[in-house]
Design a protein around this ligand. Structure first.
Ligand code: ADP
Ligand code: MG
Length: 238
C-alpha cells in the first residue's frame, strides 16, 4: 500500500512562501513525476512528503493515516538521492544492508533481502566491490537497492539521474520504470527534464513557482495543456 494525500499543504522559509497551497491525491502503485523549472519547489515538496521538512500548514496522509508531523522513520518511505550517498569504505553488500543493520534486522533476513535487491538490480556480481570500483549507473542501482531492502510504501527519487551522462540516463530511466512494473510500489520521481517526465510517468504534476499548473497523464498534458505554461514546458502544440 502506498497512497499519498496532500491537503492544502503549505511551506514557507521565513517570509518566503515556497509552496503556497498544494492538494494532491497520489494513488497506491502510481508512478508520479514532479516536473518544473529549477527552483519551483520540487525538492521541497518531496522533502515535505518524506518528513525531511516540516509543513507550515495543511496535512499529509499516507494510506489514509495522518503523517503530517511524523518523523521520516515512521513514514515507511524511501528517498533515493542524486548524490547516491554511498559509504565509500563499505562493500556494495554492506551499503545495501545498512538500513537493515541500523534496524537490528536478523542476519539471515538481511542476507535474504540483500540477495533479492541484488537480483532485482543485477548487482550479484558486484556485492564485494567498493562503490569507487563501480560505474555511475551501478552506484545509482546500489542506492536504489538500499531503498528496496526497506520495502517502503513508496520510493521518492530526487533527480536521481542528473549526474549521469545522456546515454546512461536513458538506460536508467528504463531500469527504473521496469523496477516499478516489477515492484508495483508507488514512486514519486522529481526531475526538471520534460522528456523524463513524459516517458516515465503514469501521471505528471507540473509545478511552477510552488503551484500545481496541471496534474494529469502525459497524454492529457500533451493534448489538453491547462495553460500556456504547461504547453510551453511540455512542448505540446497549443
Ligand atoms: P527545485 O527542487 O524545484 O529546484 P527547491 O524545492 O529546491 O526547488 O527550492 C524551491 C525554493 O525554495 C527556492 O527558491 C529555494 O531557494 C527555496 N529553498 C529551498 N530550501 C530552502 C531552505 N532550506 N531555506 C530557504 N529557502 C529554501
Ligand atoms: Mg531540486
Amino acid at each position: 500500500m502506498g497512497s499519498i494525500t496532500l491537503d492544502h499543504v503549505n511551506k514557507a522559509f521565513g517570509d518566503v512562501q515556497v509552496i503556497p497551497d498544494i492538494s494532491l491525491d497520489i494513488k497506491d502503485g502510481e508512478f508520479v513525476v514532479f516536473v518544473g523549472p529549477s527552483g519551483c519547489g520540487k525538492s521541497t515538496l518531496l522533502r515535505l512528503i518524506a518528513g525531511l521538512e516540516d509543513t507550515t500548514g495543511g496535512t499529509i496522509k499516507l494510506d489514509g493515516a495522518d503523517m503530517t508531523n511524523a518523523p521520516p522513520a515512521k513514514r515507511g518511505l524511501a528517498m533515493v538521492f542524486q548524490s547516491y550517498a554511498l559509504y565509500p569504505h563499505m562493500s556494495v553488500r554492506d551499503n545495501i544492508a545498512f538500513p537493515l543493520k541500523m534496524a537490528n534486522t536478523p542476519k539471515d533476513v538481511i542476507a535474504q533481502k540483500v540477495d533479492y535487491a541484488a537480483r532485482t538490480l543485477n548487482l550479484n556480481d558486484y556485492l564485494d566491490r567498493r562503490p569507487r570500483a563501480l560505474s555511475g549507473g551501478q552506484r545509482q542501482r546500489v542506492a536504489i537497492g538500499r531503498a528496496i531492502v526497506r520495502e517502503p510504501k513508496a520510493f521518492l527519487f530526487d533527480e536521481p539521474l542528473s549526474n549521469l551522462d545522456a546515454a546512461l540516463r536513458v538506460n536508467m530511466r528504463l531500469e527504473i520504470t521496469e523496477l516499478h512494473q516489477q515492484l508495483k510500489t508507488t514512486m514519486i520521481y522529481v526531475t526538471h527534464d520534460q522528456v523524463e517526465a513524459m516517458t516515465m510517468a503514469d501521471r505528471i504534476v507540473v509545478l511552477n513557482a510552488g503551484k500545481v499548473e496541471q496534474f494529469g497523464t502525459p497524454l492529457e498534458l500533451y493534448r489538453k495543456p491547462a495553460n500556456r505554461f504547461v504547453a510551453g514546458f511540455i512542448g505540446s502544440p497549443k
